[in-house]
Design a protein around this ligand. Structure first.
Ligand code: NAP
Length: 487
């Protein structure tokens, strides 16, 4: 990397992008972006409002027809070029992500690779959208079934995976031929600004993608939803905000894709291989400092293995290095903001007040930045708040169980259903438990399920629809059926 991260950030756009150009907010307002490891301000951006949102969605509507007419091979090649550019710029993208969000550089580089794959995967999918032609069962009609882009799409992303969450939406939207209006998270807009310039370099035509960064997400997004010009909302974020947006989308009957919160159970069966289980737990618990929708939130461990598992996990968690993600060798960076640190502290405090034992960590790290140490808790009361709330911190809460049925019942005892993990040496037992778990995804002897070629998404209040995989592009396609009589 030849440029410093400060120089890279200084070269990014204003925060409002439309018709292939950066603009300032019509109100003239600005907001700042902070590095969570140091508390320093690293950028000042335009703070968009409803006027900027109206102009953005008007651009998306005006360009939809022309964009849909662009051959799929051309759209595919734009995505392929974007994939290559993301990999070429991996170090710069990782440095920006670490600066605005805190994750260690090694993890940020991992996210760059994962995010780039969505562009490659959807470059391949763009040219493979299939249709259907056949006779009606009574032989009197011909059926022609094709797919069309759903139309101008609203994309909203959270702060925890600033690159992957947006490439997972922009990839299929470009492949399907949808124009886009996009609102990144307020805490982490810089990675998105980088991606906008990169997509323009990859050949994305002006007018296809507009961006509004803002500190007023409600007014900006409701301007889009109520515009009558957007046809689709693809949201990744918390369940409470997702519910508000679903209600708003009902007003205009917009198509929705909802990737919402989780409360993943991590089941360690009596016959689990403890090394495998601990490796998986470390990935599922510490990735992104535990700030992932897929984070193992509740570790349900068979009572015969709980001492062994707790000791091995504590040893691994205690050995992690906490610090600024920009420093090589850091395993655990800061939490994203002061509020997040307060929440983790309060959840641990509640569990301890209810009798949990702290095997390591357990107290915030004082000083600049929002640091919380890797923490292992045992004897956690099932009624503790962290059993029903996303912890979003590096805190493993361990609860014993006696029978597989009991583990499955405890795992399903939540309104969430994104992902679950099961550790066992028996394929039969693993599949049987996976079949009974109420979740969209199951990690069987692994702590990582995310893969662009696989369908990512949840059931219950964890969401609607799937991103990635063979059906990911369908979220941005509408079915068109033409009937013709046989004469
Ligand atoms: P969040 O508070 O729901 O915010 C997500 C996005 O929605 C942000 O861009 C936010 O803008 C915006 N937003 C907030 N209020 C809004 C409103 N009234 N109208 C329109 N947009 C609004 O979630 P978060 O704290 O950023 O992210 C963490 C959550 O996301 C967790 O629950 C996590 O499990 C979930 N998540 C799910 C997945 C998945 O694939 N299922 C993946 C990652 C994260 P601001 O940034 O300005 O607040």
């Amino acid at each position: 990397m030849t440029r410093s991260v400060a120089d890279i950030i200084a070269g990014l756009g204003t925060g409002i992008y439309r018709d292939g150009r950066w603009h300032t907010a019509s109100s003239g307002d600005t907001f700042t972006v902070e590095n969570p490891a140091t508390g320093e301000t690293i950028a000042t951006l335009s703070d968009g409002g409803p006027d900027d949102a109206s102009a953005a969605v008007a651009a998306a509507a005006a360009n939809q027809r022309d964009w849909a007419a662009v051959p799929t091979r051309t759209r595919s090649e734009i995505l392929r070029r974007a994939y290559e550019l993301v990999l070429e710029r991996a170090d710069e993208l990782a440095a920006v992500m670490t600066a605005e969000m805190g994750k260690p550089l090694a993890e940020a580089r991992g996210e760059v690779g994962y995010a780039a794959e969505f562009f490659r995967w959807f470059a391949e999918e763009a040219v493979r959208v299939r249709g259907d032609a056949r006779r009606s069962p009574d032989g009197k009609s011909r059926f022609f079934v094709t797919s069309e882009p759903v139309g101008p799409s609203i994309l909203i992303t959270p702060w925890n995976f600033p690159l992957a969450m947006v490439s997972r939406k922009i990839g299929p939207a470009i492949a399907a031929g949808c124009t886009m209006v996009y609102k990144p998270a307020e805490l982490t807009p810089l990675t998105s600004l980088y991606v906008v310039d990169l997509l323009a370099e990859a050949g994305l035509p002006d007018g296809v993608l507009s961006v509004v960064c803002t500190t007023s997400p409600g007014p900006v997004v409701s301007t889009w939803i109520d515009s009558g010009q957007a046809r689709k909302l693809s949201f990744t974020g918390s369940t409470p905000v997702g519910k508000v947006l679903l209600e708003q989308c009902a007003r205009g009957v917009l198509r929705t894709s909802m990737e919402l919160g989780g409360n993943a159970p991590f089941i360690v069966c009596a016959d689990a291989d403890i090394d495998t289980a601990v490796d998986a737990a470390m990935v599922a618990k510490t990735r992104n400092m535990g700030q992932a929708c897929t984070a193992a939130n509740r570790m349900l461990v068979h009572c015969s293995r709980i001492d062994e598992f707790s000791a091995a996990l504590t040893e691994r968690m205690s050995a992690l290095t906490v610090g600024d993600g920009a420093a090589e060798g850091t395993d655990i960076g800061p939490l994203v903001e002061a509020k997040a640190l307060d929440k983790v502290e309060s959840l641990v405090g509640d569990a301890v007040a209810r009798g949990a034992k702290v095997l390591c960590g357990g107290e915030r790290i004082e000083g600049a930045g929002h640091f919380y140490p890797p923490t292992v808790l045992t004897d956690v009361d099932p009624a503790a708040e962290l059993m029903s709330t996303e912890v979003f911190g590096p805190v493993a809460a361990i609860v014993p169980f006696d029978t597989d049925d009991e583990a499955v019942a405890a795992a399903n005892d939540t309104e969430f259903g994104l992902v679950a993990y099961v550790m066992t040496e028996s394929a039969d037992r693993g599949f049987s438990i996976a079949e009974r778990l109420e979740s969209g995804m199951v990690g069987f002897n692994t702590g990582l399920v995310s893969n662009p070629a696989a369908p990512f998404g949840g059931v219950k209040q964890s969401g609607l629809g799937r991103e990635g995989g063979l059906t990911g592009i369908d979220e941005f396609l509408e079915t068109k059926y033409v009937a013709m009589p046989v004469r």
